[in-house]
Design a protein around this ligand. Sequence first.
Ligand SMILES: [Zn+2]
Length: 323
Amino acid sequence: MNQKLIVGLDIGGTKIDAGILDTSGKILKKIRIYTEAHEGLDAVIQRIYAVIDTVTEGIKSSICGIGIGVPGQVDVKNGIVVFAPNMGWKNVEIRKLIQERYKLPVEIENDANCGALAEAKLGAGSGIDNLVWITVGTGVGGGIIIDGKLLQGANFAGGEIGHMIIEENGLVCGCGNRGCLEALAAGPAIIRQMRGKIATGTQTSVLRMIEGDLNKITVEVIAMAAKEGDNLSHKVLNRAGEYLGLGVVSLANILNPEAIILGGGVMEVAGHHLLKIIKDIVLKRALSQASKSLRIELAMLGNDAGLIGTSLLMKQFNGRYIL
Ligand SMILES: [Zn+2]
C-alpha cells in the first residue's frame, strides 16, 4: 500500500481518541479509550502505546507521522507538555517518548489549537487566513489563527479565550481568577444559573422535563425548553449568549479576524439561540470596522475537530502550520 497515513491522538482528561487519517484530514479509523489519568503518567503512556499499536495494526508501513493534541500548555518546539492540569502532567516529554518508540516524526499541540487548525483548514473557516475558533463546552477554549498561523504566545499560552475577564468580580473560575468567560458562559455556568433560579421558585417547564430531579438539568434540556417558549430558559441562554458576545466583541476589536467560529458541546445543542444573541451584541458593541465583514458562524466538524487537527500538524514537517 502506497497511501501515506497519519496517526492522530486527541488526548483528553476523560478519554483518548486515536485515529488513522489520510493526508487530507479524512478519518479512516477511530478508537476511543478512557484516559484514567488518576492512574498516573506511566499508566497513561502505556495505554497510549497500546492504542497506537492497535490502531496501526496491519498498516504500520504506511504511517508517516503521529500528531498529538493535549489539553494544556504545550511547548511545541521541544515537544513538551508544560502543564496539563486535567491530566496531572507537568513537563512531560511526550514527543521524545513516542518518537523513540515508533521512529516516526511526532508533532504535539494544544488540543484547542488542533480544533482551530481543523476548522480553519477543512471546516467552517476553510480558506480563511485570519480567524478565531471558540469551543464552548465544559469549559471555554479556543485557538487564534493570524495570517495562516496559530498564535502560540511567548510561553505557548496564547489563545486562552476562556480566561478573558468579562466581569471584574464575577464568579470564580477554575483558573482561580474571577469573572472569566468560562466561569460565566460554559455549560456548568449555564446549568448552575438555571438551578439557582429554580431554587428561588421561578417557574419553568424544565422542572417537568427533568421530573423534578435537578441533577438531570443539561444545556440540551434548557435549549429544548427555550425552543418550546420557556421564559426562564430563554433568559438563562440569553445571559450566556451576552457574555459570549462580549468576548467575541473584544476578539473582533483586537484581532479584526475574517471569521469567528463557535463549536463545542454547548454550541451543538444551543448554538442557534446563542449565535443570534452573540450577533446582536457584536452589532451593538463592536467597532464598525472590526465587525462590518465579520462572519460569526457555527463550527462544522463537531467532536472530531481536535482529532482532524492532529493530522494537520503533520502536513509539513519542516515549517509548521502553513495553511
Ligand atoms: Zn479563568
